[in-house]
Design a protein around this ligand. Sequence first.
Ligand SMILES: *[C@@H]1O[C@H](CO)[C@@H](O)[C@H](O)[C@H]1NC(C)=O
Ligand SMILES: *[C@@H]1O[C@H](CO)[C@@H](O)[C@H](O)[C@H]1NC(C)=O
Ligand SMILES: *[C@@H]1O[C@H](CO)[C@@H](O)[C@H](O)[C@H]1NC(C)=O
Ligand SMILES: *[C@@H]1O[C@H](CO)[C@@H](O)[C@H](O)[C@H]1NC(C)=O
Ligand SMILES: *[C@@H]1O[C@H](CO)[C@@H](O)[C@H](O)[C@H]1NC(C)=O
Ligand SMILES: *[C@@H]1O[C@H](CO)[C@@H](O)[C@H](O)[C@H]1NC(C)=O
Ligand SMILES: *[C@@H]1O[C@H](CO)[C@@H](O)[C@H](O)[C@H]1NC(C)=O
Ligand SMILES: *[C@@H]1O[C@H](CO)[C@@H](O)[C@H](O)[C@H]1NC(C)=O
Ligand SMILES: *[C@@H]1O[C@H](CO)[C@@H](O)[C@H](O)[C@H]1NC(C)=O
Length: 404
Amino acid sequence: MQCSASTMAITNRGTSLLVLLSAIVAALLSSQLVFQHPPCLEWLLNLDFLSFTSSISPNSYGSGHHRRHRAPKTNDTDICDDLPPGFPPADTDTTSIFCVDRNGCCSFTTVQSAVDAVAVLSQKRSIVWINKGIYYEKVTIPKTKPNITFQGQGLYTTGIAWNDTANSSHGTFYSASVAVFGANFIAKNISFINVAPIPNPGDVGAQAVAIRVGADQAAFWGCGFFGAQDTIHDDRGRHYFKECHIQGSIDFIFGDGRSLYESCQMISIASPVAAGLKTIDGTVTAHGRASGDENTGFSFVNCSIGGTGRIWLGRAWRPFSRVVFANTFMSEIIAPEGWNDFGDPGRDQTVFYGEYNCSGAGASLTMRVPYAQKLNNTQAAPFLNTSFIDGDQWLQPLDSNLLF
Ligand SMILES: *[C@@H]1O[C@H](CO)[C@@H](O)[C@H](O)[C@H]1NC(C)=O
Ligand SMILES: *[C@@H]1O[C@H](CO)[C@@H](O)[C@H](O)[C@H]1NC(C)=O
Ligand SMILES: *[C@@H]1O[C@H](CO)[C@@H](O)[C@H](O)[C@H]1NC(C)=O
Ligand SMILES: *[C@@H]1O[C@H](CO)[C@@H](O)[C@H](O)[C@H]1NC(C)=O
Ligand SMILES: *[C@@H]1O[C@H](CO)[C@@H](O)[C@H](O)[C@H]1NC(C)=O
Ligand SMILES: *[C@@H]1O[C@H](CO)[C@@H](O)[C@H](O)[C@H]1NC(C)=O
Ligand SMILES: *[C@@H]1O[C@H](CO)[C@@H](O)[C@H](O)[C@H]1NC(C)=O
Ligand SMILES: *[C@@H]1O[C@H](CO)[C@@H](O)[C@H](O)[C@H]1NC(C)=O
Ligand SMILES: *[C@@H]1O[C@H](CO)[C@@H](O)[C@H](O)[C@H]1NC(C)=O
């Protein structure tokens, strides 16, 4: 997908900095001062991030604690007008609501402070409703806080961003802007972003995770994931991603999760490779199944892969890496060989890399590595629906009653 200012569905309500910045980005785009393929939020966020961090520390948005008063009217337009009247609604027997607005229009000004306020081991669902804006903070949902929902207002208008790298956080696993260790996590219409500088080829320590999903039974609807190297750490457990937008370059979905990606767009921001060169500068997946006894794997159904660079579908981070692409459109950025064994030919015998009914210039199987499998209907069937992640045991249908 080509990104343009018009895809950023930003309304005129409120006085969000995003509105201003989107105008700047639109101006930049129209004067063609930015990349040929502007990565969707990247410029917007970098601008926003730098302009903020140069003047004030990201934490100076406030302690984030219960501030129930509404921000003062400075003008006829109340900056709190985009909160629906009577919002947030009262808690019920089954749900508690935690309202986050960075202008101080409801209870919390940071996402982490709302998470901190959720009761430990609550069996109720705790809905953290997050108003438009970019929240510059590193957020952790601990293991003791299951059943949390993050409800944003749109993936181009609501996001959580930080800029740790493997270097700055002492390891890729700790670089995530948002880390989820509580089970039964749900996110809707929100973006998870790492704004660390995009690594140059050969850079060391520049991995920068946007989200680490290190808990079982997590589901994402209409979410954005923006980063470069290692955007989604799909660490462990069963996960579902539907209609999500995932941007990255090297290994942009990695980990040992068992996950279904349905109707998602994967956008590579790897550098364009000149015609004639055989350079590979990115990989969609690096699945980390370590043994044949594990039932983990990544399955992509009805997805699309586009963007820039020349990339592999996957490389074997661990010997039993397992990935399937079904009914997925692949642009010409996919290298003809498709897959890579991480320099260990022994892994050719143990990985499971399947393709089924894919389309597009990158989907041709004629030049694929010998261990890539063209799956038949029977072989593909276990990967094609939510049964792959035992969805009947835990995956709730999208509950529109919970959308405010
Ligand atoms: C309040 O702000 C709006 C939009 O920014 C502007 O059009 C209007 O003139 C302002 N009103 C006053 C009283 O300053
Ligand atoms: C809350 O989490 C627990 C443990 O993960 C789970 O058993 C329970 O069904 C969840 N409750 C809700 C309302 O999602
Ligand atoms: C993150 O941003 C801050 C503020 O601009 C900067 O000081 C810091 O070096 C950045 N960290 C990384 C790892 O880029
Ligand atoms: C996401 O936002 C769109 C546009 O505002 C809305 O139509 C849709 O219902 C929302 N979906 C979810 C899951 O919140
Ligand atoms: C990470 O740290 C190593 C060792 O100090 C250094 O060589 C490298 O340039 C750093 N990488 C980044 C992206 O800052
Ligand atoms: C194969 O993919 C096409 C789209 O390219 C789709 O229309 C068709 O339903 C798929 N076939 C199966 C068996 O899923
Ligand atoms: C699918 O492939 C498997 C493994 O090669 C084979 O055993 C099976 O007979 C095939 N099924 C169909 C329906 O072609
Ligand atoms: C998923 O597909 C399998 C194999 O085709 C089938 O047995 C199962 O009923 C399907 N599950 C759902 C939830 O559609
Ligand atoms: C994928 O698309 C096909 C054809 O539109 C549809 O029948 C199938 O249910 C979709 N599968 C998933 C997992 O979304």
